[in-house]
Write a protein that binds this ligand. Structure first.
Ligand SMILES: [Zn+2]
Length: 236
């Protein structure tokens, strides 16, 4: 029986001063107002409809291709600006829009389950916001339930929602952890992400085999034994 429905995660555009700079805010104050790990969005981020955004981006991407010297009358290239625009708005960056936040339902923990639940090997596909190149890998999340439990696939959906933005891996990790805390109403959450960055592998230093790991632990996961149980679980 579904007992609680969680409202959409509110997207909080950064406040800016007259110069367009974000004011320096102490960490504690920032946590209550705009979390320092919120995606930097403008206040007018969602004034345009998806359709208007697609039309605009199509024009911009066409200009990029033309500037590169590509012949857009070629059969193979003609549809690319439209495809890219649609992909950005409807797929790869759809997680920017809070309207696309997944429907999350919680259930009574009637089994009195009190140990950690680990959802491992969640496929992760995101884009590095510095190069707009893919970063991809796996996310592992865990929590220790209190009064409520979450449908398992919703953990995957939360990861997917925050991955579908231009991201840096550190921020993605924090956003997922923070959302798990909010949704589950517990501090006892863990997030571990292991990812490869195309901007490191396919350009720049061309380090094909380097990977990046990030983690965030809260509540009971700060205890070494609990954390090790989680780390063992995601290795198996
Ligand atoms: Zn990058």
């Amino acid at each position: 029986m579904v007992i609680t429905e969680i409202p959409n995660h509110p997207s909080i555009p950064h406040s800016t001063d007259a110069t367009g700079n974000r004011p320096a805010t102490p960490v504690s104050a920032a946590r209550q107002d705009t979390p320092s790990f919120a995606t930097p969005l403008r206040k007018d981020a969602f004034e345009l409809s998806d359709e208007d955004k697609i039309a605009k981006i199509e024009g911009h991407f066409q200009a990029i291709m033309q500037t590169l010297g590509l012949d857009l009358s070629d059969d193979s290239l003609r549809g690319t600006p439209g495809r890219v625009a649609k992909m950005f708005v409807k797929e790869t960056f759809k997680g920017l829009n809070p309207a696309n936040y997944p429907k999350i339902s919680l259930f009574d923990n009637k089994y009195q389950y009190r140990r950690m639940l680990v959802e491992r090997d969640i496929p992760l596909y995101s884009f590095c916001e510095h190069h707009f190149l893919p970063l991809y890998g796996k996310a592992h999340v865990a929590y220790i339930p209190n009064g409520k439990v979450i449908g398992l696939s919703k953990l995957n959906r939360i990861v997917e929602h925050f991955a579908r933005r231009p991201q840096v891996q550190e921020r993605l990790t924090m956003q997922i952890a923070d959302e798990l805390r909010r949704v589950l109403g517990v501090e006892d959450v863990a997030v571990y992400i292991d990812a490869q960055h195309m901007c490191v592998q396919a350009r720049g230093v061309h380090h094909h085999h380097s990977g990046t790991s990030t983690a965030e632990y809260g509540g009971k996961f700060l205890n070494e034994h609990i954390r090790n149980e989680f780390l063992q679980a995601i290795k198996s």
